[in-house]
Design a protein around this ligand. Structure first.
Ligand code: ADP
Length: 330
């Protein structure tokens, strides 16, 4: 399976993404409403969208030290990534630093929202008890809820099952200016669906390519996609499940089915390794986060989001001419 998709990875093909960039640039300008308020936004879009659309440019993702980015075309061996790693950081320092990263995210989000040209999609995947909920709660504290949507994906409804597997995810992708968070994602369709044999093998096998195409569509349309895999050890999962059983306030989080799922640990690890290997692309790489230590996980994820937003360099639209001289009537 190693290097299987290497030749077909988005960003490495020769499909003319660069040569048609000027047309897209013009199209982006043409879509901008021509009111005074939007005069500045048009400039922001003119500067921002071609960079976001640049057919062969890698994503501006800035990965914090301690996170393992899966190299496109290579096979990731999850057993070689230490879930216990803490980068040698001090816990008290990291908690403090997390506060500073949150402030950066909040300030940059305001610009992203005002610019209204691009968007950011954060994908979180993990095994049960891996910490998706806690990460989202902690890292996005301080984000303006008006500029952020969180979508949690459960067992598909019959309506969802009546459509192609990407339908429900595409409907929840963030619009321009927004941060979108996927708590579970389109990857479930090559993870739980594979492990529980919900579709024939050729069906889930064909989905890696479709997922890469989908993410390519998003990234070429101005969405930066960061995919975090929260990597915990088998022992850590045992501890977390035991903690849920021991604490009455955590019983609501405990599902006896989690114990059945735990028996499929190896099958899930295999499915994760395959998904991460097949779908780590230059535009949308997979990031493996050592996640046994919650404080380390939260800090490196927040730092990655803040640094990436900074690299995206969202700008406030220019004010309409003469706005500073306007007087508010009594
Ligand atoms: P969570 O574990 O994310 O907090 P739940 O306890 O409600 O939330 O679990 C959601 C369940 O939905 C998980 O067991 C997950 O595997 C399942 N699920 C999500 N997407 C799909 C899918 N596409 N097909 C089948 N099951 C899915």
């Amino acid at each position: 399976m190693s290097k299987k998709h290497g030749k077909h990875l988005p960003g490495q093909s020769q499909d003319g993404g660069v040569t048609d960039a000027p047309d897209r640039h013009q199209a982006a300008r043409a879509r901008v409403p021509s009111t005074a308020v939007w005069a500045g936004a048009a400039d922001a879009i003119a500067g921002a969208v071609p960079a976001a659309l640049g057919g062969h440019r890698p994503a501006p993702i800035r990965v914090a030290p301690g996170i393992v980015a899966v190299e496109p075309g290579m096979r990731i061996d999850l057993t070689a990534v230490d879930a216990d790693a803490d980068g040698g950081l001090d816990k008290v320092w990291a908690k403090d630093a997390l506060g500073r990263e949150r402030e950066r995210i909040s300030a940059l989000q305001e610009r992203l929202y005002a610019e209204r040209a691009r968007s950011l999609l954060l994908v979180f995947q993990a095994i049960d008890t891996g910490g998706k909920d806690g990460t989202i709660r902690s890292v996005l504290k301080g984000v303006n809820p008006q500029g952020c949507t969180v979508s949690s994906f459960k067992v598909p409804s019959s309506d969802e099952l009546d459509h192609d597997f990407l339908w429900r995810y595409h409907a929840k992708t963030p619009g321009r200016g927004m941060i979108g968070v996927f708590n579970r994602s389109h990857y479930e369709d090559v993870l739980v669906v594979r492990v529980k044999e919900l579709v024939p093998d050729p069906v889930w096998q064909g989905r890696y390519r479709l997922i890469n195409d989908f993410e390519r569509l998003l990234t070429e349309s101005g969405t930066v996609v960061i995919k975090f895999f929260l990597h915990i050890s088998r022992d850590e999962q045992k501890k977390r499940l035991e903690a849920r059983i021991a604490d009455p306030e955590k019983h609501w989080k405990f599902d006896p089915a989690d114990l059945v799922e735990r028996k499929a640990w190896d099958a899930y690890q295999q499915a994760f390794a395959d998904a991460l290997s097949q779908c780590s692309t230059p535009r949308a790489p997979w990031l493996v986060v050592p996640a046994n230590h919650k404080w380390f996980r939260n800090y490196v994820i927040a730092r990655t989001i803040a640094d990436t937003l900074e690299a995206m360099d969202p700008r406030f639209p220019k004010a309409a001419k003469g706005i500073a001289d306007l007087k508010v009537p009594n």
